[in-house]
Design a binder for this molecule. Structure first.
Ligand SMILES: Nc1ncnc2c1ncn2[C@@H]1O[C@H](COP(=O)(O)OP(=O)(O)O)[C@@H](O)[C@H]1O
Ligand SMILES: [Mg+2]
Length: 249
């Protein structure tokens, strides 16, 4: 695989944490250990636990601290509760099967008809070699799932439509412009650390305050998800740019 592909989520998170502008958009993240997950759960009600080398939402778990004591663990469409931390971590450790994992502050994502959604921002080098956010699309989680990935049952939808219950038309345009600026900023920071990259798919979660939380940065993002938008000019541009830097023929 070319040098433009970076698998490790942790190595892509570090440059974002070290940059003064991007660090505030990164949920607290650590390499998974028994002690780290425990301390994150002391600070946050929900914590995501995910493979360092994962894709498509596979292997992603969500842990939630229950008000009456104990913990809830969700993965796939499974849900189980545990009376104490030892029992919870026993299952997490079994499911991770020795693989490197991360633990990350859970973000309370906005919802569409009761289902969580997040946003994919496509950022690409234009044929004139400038970073440009070329596509923005929301992904709505399948019922009963804690991940929004298209390859995990998620439904891609225009973000503007999903934000209607939350914002005015002007607020929506402003929000989308702001997400694009965030994406371009992230790309510039990642590019300094990994000079081979020409494109990035930034997974952004929005909470009730519309803070953009960077959940993950993909160095080999799927250009074709933008086919799902009614506005076909978006996918055309994404593909035109991808051809210009030789990602697709
Ligand atoms: N910290 C988090 N808070 C809320 N949701 C999250 C968090 N991390 C991941 N998710 C959900 O899980 C999905 C998959 O996680 P991600 O880190 O993008 O891994 P993958 O490489 O499998 O896509 C995200 O798109 C999002 O829906
Ligand atoms: Mg992702």
């Amino acid at each position: 695989m070319s040098s433009s592909y970076i698998g490790s989520k942790w190595s892509k998170t570090l440059p974002l944490l070290r940059n003064a502008e991007t660090r505030r958009w990164v949920p607290e993240t650590a390499r998974l250990s028994k002690g780290k997950l425990r301390s994150l759960l002391a600070r946050y009600e929900t914590v995501y636990v995910k493979p360092d080398l994962g894709t498509f939402g596979i292997g992603v778990m969500r842990v939630r601290r229950l008000t009456g004591g104990g913990y809830e663990l969700r993965h796939g469409t499974k849900r189980a509760t545990y009376p104490n931390y030892e029992r919870l971590y026993g299952t997490v450790a079994r499911l991770r099967r020795g693989r490197p994992y991360l633990a990350q502050q859970g973000i309370k994502l906005l919802k569409h008809r009761g289902r969580r959604f997040d946003v994919r921002v496509m950022v690409q080098r234009s044929p004139r070699m400038r970073w440009e956010a070329t596509g923005v699309i929301a992904r709505v989680a399948a019922p009963g799932k804690v991940v929004t990935n298209y390859h995990n049952g998620g439904t891609p939808m225009p973000l503007g439509r999903l934000l209607k219950p939350y914002l005015s038309a002007r607020g929506i345009s402003r929000q989308i412009r702001s997400l694009k600026r965030t994406g371009v900023k992230v790309a510039k920071v990642i590019k300094r650390r990994f000079p081979g990259i020409n494109e990035l798919g930034v997974d952004v979660g929005l909470d009730r305050t519309f803070t953009p939380w960077i959940l993950e940065v993909n160095t080999k993002p799927d250009p074709y998800i933008f086919r799902k938008l009614p506005d076909k000019s978006v996918v055309r541009k994404v593909i035109r740019y991808a051809r210009a830097y030789g990602r697709i023929r």
